[in-house]
Ligand binder design. Sequence first.
Ligand SMILES: NC(=O)c1ccc[n+]([C@@H]2O[C@H](COP(=O)([O-])OP(=O)(O)OC[C@H]3O[C@@H](n4cnc5c(N)ncnc54)[C@H](OP(=O)(O)O)[C@@H]3O)[C@@H](O)[C@H]2O)c1
Length: 236
Amino acid sequence: MHDSTCTNPAIVLVGASRGLGLAMTAEFAKRGWDVVGTVRGTARTGLHDLADRLPEQITVQSADITDTGQLLALRERLASRRFDALFINAGTVNQNPNETIAEASPDEFVHVMVTNALAPMRAIEALAGLVTESGLIGAMSSGQGSVSNNTQGGRELYRGSKAALNMFMRSYAARHAGSPRPFLLMAPGWIRTELGGPHAPFTLAQTVPDIVNVIIDKRGRPGLEYLDRHGKAVAW
Ligand SMILES: NC(=O)c1ccc[n+]([C@@H]2O[C@H](COP(=O)([O-])OP(=O)(O)OC[C@H]3O[C@@H](n4cnc5c(N)ncnc54)[C@H](OP(=O)(O)O)[C@@H]3O)[C@@H](O)[C@H]2O)c1
């Protein structure tokens, strides 16, 4: 636990039940960080297994990021602690990612946009006060959120949701101009997870150490950057 008797840096990682979030939790712990990872609901997840193995470093909390009441309750439960970073990893994709935007049902549109664009910003608003004044605030975007790199099309709703997230983070950073905080939008690359699918070229083991490097390196560099996992700026 990160308190006055302990000097480990600490991060809140939202959406850590599986995939990239779970692997990032393990990687941060390996680097000596304390991690509060969140899951949805009450079912046991890989994060619970990891926390059982590393109880000094990993704490499991629960919050659905689309439920503002649950985000505020999470803030209350963590109110006595201060963190060096907050990273919103949770995200989703529509059932048929290759449908065109006009083919997406309004329900799917709302679900993906709320989960990937509105909810991360609400999570940031709800939880930012838990982070030290110069602590990092980041969110998992995607290279597919780049408007200027979209020359090939495809995954239209998902792209739109991540582009919206990027825009909302830019607005948030503009509202906090002059703040000592680093803000980060991460484009991790195409990675084999449930969301990334079996044809993704990279494994978690090949990519997550780089993702964590970029988050750690970004500390101490105030302002917003949209970076790939090698630390290279992605065109907006
Ligand atoms: N994999 C890739 O190639 C890739 C590329 C670019 C960007 N990304 C982004 O990276 C992030 C993680 O993706 P992944 O590949 O690891 O996907 P994943 O394996 O499908 O994991 C998605 C994670 O998000 C959580 N989540 C979804 N909706 C949530 C909600 N409403 N509230 C709280 N948690 C929620 C899931 O929790 P549950 O277990 O409860 O469902 C799970 O922990 C996403 O933002 C994704 O868009 C992934």
